[in-house]
Design a protein around this ligand. Structure first.
Ligand code: ZN
Length: 264
């Protein structure tokens, strides 16, 4: 059984400031160690549930954060960015029996995490069918497109609340809560323990976690700068609707991700 894990860092316990997310800054090493520990625990949980092969996508910034030799031998690690429209879910396909997101975070504009954002600093918000979209939602729809159940999400409390509203069958682990520009964090070792058992429970529950895709995607992206909205107004199927905002009407979610890989 193949299990897919995508990992970010802003939803790892303890991580609170951008300096902790950036390779080369002195605070980064501790964050990277904890990100690796949480991903390794997620892999162990998948193995407990019967996985024989685990593909891990390092999905933060350079995508060269996770320390490879701390993962179990059944794991293979995807580092860097291929340019494929699946981005944070690169290489996901129907051969996987379950997918999990580790260290994910609240969307741009929400109060759940001092590091809330959606993909890049270029956008003020992304909406899908009128609702603000998080990176979680893009990954959830990508999993649905490939017919892979999304079984587990860890990150901040605000994100876990969003996941619960989206599909209560997805197992969640809230490792911290954002309060203004601060975070209240679970102990790193407690998170590792709960990660392992939570992922195992999630994978065992995969039968309840296959999401249905909407028939139609009405997508709006508001850029910080009007020149980007002008430029992406020329993308096939996209139109500019105000100085900073573009809109895409699309039935195929792959085409939505094709737009996002260029625009976000
Ligand atoms: Zn990140």
């Amino acid at each position: 059984m193949k299990v897919y894990i995508s990992a970010d860092i802003e939803g790892v316990t303890g991580v609170t400031h951008w300096d902790e997310t950036e390779a080369g800054k002195s605070d980064y090493e501790a964050a990277r160690e904890q990100m690796t520990a949480e991903v390794a625990a997620a892999c162990e949980g998948a193995l407990d549930a019967g996985a024989t092969e685990i593909w891990v996508k390092d999905a933060h910034d350079s995508a060269r954060n996770i320390i490879a030799d701390r993962l179990p031998r059944e794991a293979r690690l995807i580092r860097g960015w291929s340019g494929h429209p699946f981005m944070m879910m690169q290489e996901l396909d129907a051969t996987f029996k379950a997918a999990a997101l580790i260290g994910y975070h609240s969307r741009m504009g929400s109060a759940g995490n001092p590091l809330s954002h959606t993909m890049s600093g270029n956008v003020t918000w992304v909406k899908i069918n009128g609702e603000p979209a998080s990176e979680f939602k893009l990954c959830a729809y990508t999993a649905a497109l490939t017919q892979v159940p999304l079984v587990f999400v860890s990150g901040d409390r605000g994100l876990c609340d969003e996941v619960g509203q989206f599909n209560p069958n997805i197992t969640t682990l809230a490792v911290k809560e954002g309060v203004g520009n601060s975070t209240i964090n679970l102990h790193p070792e407690a998170v590792v323990e709960q990660m392992r058992s939570g992922v195992a429970r999630g994978v065992a529950n995969a039968g309840q976690c296959l999401l249905a895709l909407p028939d139609h995607f009405s997508v709006e992206v508001r850029f910080r700068r009007p020149e980007r909205a002008y430029q992406f107004g020329f993308f096939p199927g996209v139109r500019q609707i105000d100085p900073c905002t573009v809109q895409l009407e699309e039935a195929d979610f792959f085409e939505v991700m094709r737009f996002f890989v260029f625009a976000l």
